[in-house]
Each structure stands twice: as structure tokens, then as C-alpha cells.
Design a protein around this ligand. Structure first.
Ligand code: TXA
Ligand code: MG
Length: 337
């Protein structure tokens, strides 16, 4: 299959919608990361997403909408707390898990009786959904297990020849995937951290529970509330070592452990260690979120063997940055304090 690269002019977005209406898979930009989209109601089209990604079929997809009216066809029941969150955070990088309607095939929900719904703020994503007239199921547009792509050329790298088209909408703004939450009575449970932070969720709901899977490796046999938590994620080919320490101990640790072919992922240049090559990803959590996945892919291109990095702040979107690095490190956390 020849994968066509489309821009964002009206005729090009109409072409993307035409392909989606005919049951094809199209890579689309969103404000978080790029997605691999197909008609959420069409089981055959959705199967092509799983095939293109090499994704396990029990890992459910998020369903994307372009107006609140679309929810009625997707969810069989909308919790009151979800309405509050929608008013405050939609359109935006928040996915809410609700009981699914019969119109959503089990292929889309990974066999679950719930469905994750997201109303993206990216205007290109919204325009494509509007032109289709149906919601789009879309996981991140990487091969299963690889870091999520934040621009069209990274999608092309993973998906060339596997999907019909990719719409190039420029760099993703946020850089990490949406916050995923579910509802338990009056409480919100955070299943995956993102830009809509715990602090922000607490402004609409008194009780926000952070699922253990966000920061801990789940033991065999433990109930997994979000199937994505089971899989090793965001993993570059390099071995990522996450160090929890102050700067001096980090420098000492790296200086005595790094060998030829190893790298550091630093917040900024001031942390550099003589003789150890590095990339930087920013001082603020927002900057770190924006380029983390791109840096992980760059380390692969450099052929990095081991990447040493220090624990980032866990406040705001920082919790998402920490969660993604921890997973890319296979929960390999070195504590020096
Ligand atoms: O920002 C995003 O959310 C991006 C863009 C494309 O919208 N999408 C994305 O999808 O990250 P994906 O498939 O890579 O991650 C979805 C996560 C998975 O961990 C999945 O297990 C979880 O959400 N999830 C989806 N539906 C669920 C459900 N019904 N119950 C529990 N977890 C669910
Ligand atoms: Mg993903």
C-alpha cells in the first residue's frame, strides 16, 4: 500500500475523510500526539488499526468526537462527574471512560463493556471528524511499544506502507498522550496522567484517586483497570536508567557507570558530564512533555545503548513525563537518596 502524505487544505482534508468513509486508516494530528484513525463504528476498519500497529487486541482504543452530540451514540450512560469534566476540559487532552453503547463494536473497546471518549482541541482533528460525520477510534500512531509520534514524519517512519494516508498538521503541542480517567461513584480515578493534571481534576472533583499503575509496576495477577498499563510502553531500543537523586550524585553515578555508546537525557546543558554525550529536553514540565518522545526516538537514531536520566518534577504535566520515562525504563529506578 502506498501511504499518501496530505496537507491541511480543504481538498486534502476531504480526501482524508473520503478514505476514512471507505473504511481505511489515516494518521491524523491531535494536540497530544498523532493518532491512527478509523471509523469507530466499523469493526472491519478498526481491525486494520490493530494490524497496522501490531497492537494486542485486548488493548482498547479511544473514540474521538467533534461535538458533544456525538456522545449519545457512543456511551450508554454518562456519569454526572463526566459532564462536569467535559464542561471544564473539553475540547482538550482528557479521555473519559464510560459504559459503551451497542453501536461501538467490541473490537473498538478491546472486548470491554466500556469506552474511552475524547473531544480533541486540535482544529484539524476536529475538522476531519466533522467531515466524516462519525467518531474516529484512534490510538497513538506508533508501532506498538514504540514512543508515540509527535509529527508526521515520525508517523511515516512507523506506518509507511501500512496505512492509506497521513495528514501533516505540524508538531503536536502537548507531546504526551491525553489524561485517562474513569469514574467510581463521586470519585475520579486517574489511569494515565497527561496535561489535564491531578491538580486540575481536583478543581472539579473533591476525590481524585491516582491508580497505583501510574507510578508502580503492577504485580502479576493484580486487577488492571486500563489494559494499556500491562504493556511495556514508550520504549526506545536503548536501555533507559532513571536516577532519583540530586545533581551531584547523578553526575557521580553516570561518570562511574557510563561506557562508550551511552548518553544522558538532561534538563539543560548546565548538568552535562565531561565525556558523556547528551540531549536536553527542557527545564519546565511543559517543555519536557513537548519533546520527550522525540528525544527517545533520537536516541534510537544515535544508536544509544544506555540513556541515563534524572527524575523530573512530578507536578502538573510533570507526572505524565515521569510516568512515561518510568515505563520506558521498564520501572528501572535507581534511588541514590
Ligand atoms: O492523546 C491520546 O489519548 C492519543 C491521541 C491519538 O488521542 N491516543 C492514545 O491512544 O494515546 P492509545 O490507544 O495509545 O492509548 C489509550 C489508552 C490505553 O492505555 C488504553 O488501555 C486506555 O487508554 N483505554 C482506552 N479505552 C479504555 C477503557 N475502556 N478502559 C480502560 N482503559 C482504556
Ligand atoms: Mg499508545
Amino acid at each position: 500500500m502506498n501511504t499518501v502524505l496530505l496537507g491541511t487544505t480543504d481538498p486534502e482534508l476531504e480526501e482524508a475523510a473520503r478514505l476514512l468513509k471507505s473504511g481505511e486508516v489515516v494518521g491524523i494530528p491531535t494536540e497530544t500526539v498523532y493518532g491512527l484513525a478509523a471509523n469507530a463504528f466499523n469493526a472491519e476498519a478498526v481491525k486494520k488499526i490493530f494490524a497496522a500497529k501490531g497492537r494486542p487486541c485486548d488493548n482498547p482504543l479511544i473514540v474521538h468526537i467533534s461535538s458533544m452530540d456525538m456522545i449519545g451514540d457512543i456511551a450508554s450512560q454518562v456519569p454526572e462527574a463526566a459532564i462536569k469534566c467535559a464542561k471544564r476540559f473539553w475540547p482538550g487532552p482528557l479521555t473519559m471512560i464510560m459504559p459503551k453503547s451497542d453501536k461501538i463494536p467490541l473490537v473498538t473497546s478491546g472486548g470491554l463493556d466500556t469506552v474511552g471518549i475524547r473531544f480533541p482541541s486540535n482544529p484539524v482533528a476536529r475538522r476531519i471528524i466533522e467531515l466524516c460525520g462519525f467518531p474516529l477510534a484512534a490510538p497513538s500512531a506508533n508501532l506498538s511499544g514504540s514512543p508515540s509520534p509527535t509529527n508526521a514524519s515520525r508517523v511515516m517512519e512507523d506506518m509507511n506502507g501500512r496505512i492509506a494516508a497521513i495528514v501533516d498538521g505540524g508538531e503536536s503541542d502537548v507531546g504526551v498522550e491525553s489524561t485517562v480517567i474513569s469514574f467510581e461513584g463521586n470519585a475520579i480515578r486517574l489511569l494515565r496522567p497527561g496535561k489535564i493534571s491531578v491538580e486540575l481534576l481536583r478543581t472539579v472533583c473533591d476525590e481524585v484517586l491516582v491508580d497505583r499503575g501510574v507510578t508502580d509496576k503492577l504485580a502479576e495477577g493484580v486487577i488492571v483497570r486500563s489494559p494499556g498499563m500491562k504493556y511495556k510502553h514508550y520504549a526506545p531500543k536503548a536501555n533507559v536508567v532513571l536516577v532519583d537523586s540530586d545533581l551531584d550524585s547523578y553526575k557521580e553515578y553516570v561518570a562511574s557507570n557510563a561506557v562508550q555508546g551511552d548518553y544522558c537525557l538532561l534538563f539543560d546543558e548546565s548538568e552535562k558530564i565531561p565525556g558523556v554525550p547528551y540531549l536536553t529536553y527542557g527545564l519546565s514540565s511543559e517543555a519536557q512533555a513537548h519533546c520527550l518522545f522525540e528525544r527517545l526516538r533520537q536516541f534510537d537514531e544515535l544508536g544509544a545503548k544506555t540513556v541515563y536520566t534524572r527524575c523530573p518534577s512530578q507536578n502538573g504535566v510533570g507526572l505524565a513525563v515521569y510516568n512515561r520515562i518510568l515505563r520506558s525504563a521498564g520501572f528501572n529506578l535507581v534511588r541514590l537518596k
